[in-house]
Design a protein around this ligand. Structure first.
Ligand code: FUL
Length: 474
């Protein structure tokens, strides 16, 4: 009988413990959080921008819209070459200027008379969007489209009726070429008066035909312009922003705000940094020898992906309709540099301890989650504790000069200030190697090389208990 009771008690206790382990007590989200599509988008990190159209052939950046469609005549257009280049460069997708400010449509739009159909290319039977979307599928890349609301060719531009034309144009593109991961709305407009845009209508079309597309503009709502065309996010970069009172274009938020977001913003609008491999957005033979260097690209990468922003790197195809060999070579050199720098993560087998752990007994939020290479497990301190630290013990002394650190953003962005220290073996004292403000989805810190086996990360200020899901050392 006694045995039975003991077994029963043991059984109940086990059940309670098991329930504690499996359900745990997940922290409440803090502030706005990414929609599932925004999270998937953020994980892409790096993808290709393609500027291609009449400007490619006329040496212009902003076409007038009055160009003869006859100028558009690539002799060997090959979207598979673009896709294979992007793939080999380890980019995750391609966004193409389906329609730039000159209004020329890279597909035979029924809402325009200024399209590939009016050009000599493939005797007017070609469709760049069809070829590129197919090539992206073949190379396992996501496909995105840029459409400029400012249109220097469309006769209705400047009137309310233009909104219908642009909405129809959007619907046509978004319903014809399969899944679109990002709809890029350019805010630029070179004329004073502009057109009274109906953004509600435009967004409704995107939501209708591509509900999972991230909508990019100066004010999101899916992703925001980073505030410059140099590919550099702010050292402080919140994925939160307040957009009320602002619109894309002339009434956009100040560039400083776009660059850093708003700490207490009400909306989740992460930054995307766009920059061109060449001095211009469109191809020109005059820029063949002025590509960004690998060092410059690395600086851009650290300033974008390394500062909680996605990197959209423009690689403009040339007049044959192919990416020039110099451009693709540079992309490969840049990839090699990243592979060299991030080849061996010396923190992979580190033992980690923390000053505070939520539900220490369940192990669910243990500091070991930081190095388990699973995205969805994280360390977090006890409820109410925003300042806390964790220490990593390496198997042996190692020399390193870079740290990658990630917050678990599905529950919001929290960290506002942190520092990294190491134990200096010569005097056994803690030395500070890096200090930072925001972390977000990903932060990459670089510092002069140090040699140590003990590294401590202290979260000094956070809006809610920090959730850290990954740290790597190189
Ligand atoms: C700007 C445009 O005016 C440029 O031509 C280019 O497309 C760049 C990405 O966005 O606003």
């Amino acid at each position: 009988m006694e045995n039975k009771i003991v077994t029963h008690i043991f059984f109940c206790v086990s059940l309670i413990l098991l329930a504690g382990c499996s359900t745990g007590n997940t922290p409440e989200p803090y502030g706005p959080v990414p929609a599932p599509a925004q999270l998937e988008w953020q994980k892409m990190e790096y993808y290709m921008f393609i500027h291609f159209g009449p400007n490619t052939f006329t040496d212009r950046e902003w076409g007038t819209g009055g160009e003869d469609p006859g100028v558009f005549n690539p002799t060997a257009l090959d979207c598979r070459q673009w896709a294979s280049t992007a793939r080999q460069a380890e980019m995750k997708g391609i966004i193409i200027t389906a329609k730039h400010h000159d209004g020329f449509c890279l597909w035979p739009s029924q809402f325009s008379t200024h399209t590939v159909r009016e050009s000599p290319w493939r005797e007017g039977k070609g469709d760049v969007l069809a070829e590129l979307s197919l090539a992206c599928r073949e190379y396992d890349l996501k496909f995105g489209v840029y459409l400029s609301p400012w249109d220097r060719n469309q006769p209705a531009y400047g009137t309310a009726q233009y909104n219908e034309v642009f909405a129809n144009t959007l619907a046509e593109v978004l319903s014809s070429y399969g899944p679109v991961f990002e709809q890029w709305f350019d805010g630029a407009c070179g004329d004073e008066t502009g057109s009274p845009y109906d953004w509600e209508l435009f967004h409704a079309k995107v939501r209708k035909y591509q509900p999972d597309a991230v909508i990019f503009s100066d004010v999101g709502p899916g992703s925001r312009w980073v505030g410059n065309e140099r590919g550099m996010a702010g050292e402080t970069n919140w994925s939160r922003m307040d957009t009320s009172g602002f619109t894309p274009g002339k009434n956009a938020p100040p560039t400083s705000m776009l660059n850093s977001g708003n700490r207490h913003g009400q909306l989740w609008i992460p930054a995307e940094a766009d920059v061109s491999l060449r001095p211009g957005w469109f191809y020109s033979p005059s820029t063949d020898s002025s590509l960004k260097t690998v060092d410059e690209l690395m600086e851009i990468y650290l300033g974008s992906v390394g500062r909680n922003a996605n990197l959209l790197l423009n690689v403009p195809p040339n007049r044959t309709g192919r990416i020039s060999s110099g451009d693709s070579l540079r992309l490969m050199e840049f990839k090699r540099r990243r592979m060299e720098l991030f080849s061996t993560n010396i923190a992979e087998s580190a033992r980690t301890e923390a000053s505070s752990v939520r539900e220490r007994n369940s192990g669910r939020f243990a500091p070991g989650n930081i190095t388990d290479s699973s995205y969805d497990t994280y360390w977090t301190p006890r409820e109410g504790k925003s300042a806390a630290s964790f220490t990593m013990f390496l198997d042996r002394e190692e020399t390193f000069s870079m740290m990658i650190i990630q917050e678990y953003i599905p529950l919001g962005q929290r960290v506002a200030r942190f520092q990294v220290e190491y134990i200096n073996t010569s005097d056994d004292l803690w030395q500070t190697i890096a200090q930072g403000t925001t972390i977000g989805y990903k932060r990459i810190l670089t510092f002069p090389p140090v040699t140590s086996s003990v590294i401590r990360v202290s979260i000094l200020e956070a809006d809610a208990p920090p959730l850290i899901n990954n740290v790597e050392l190189y």
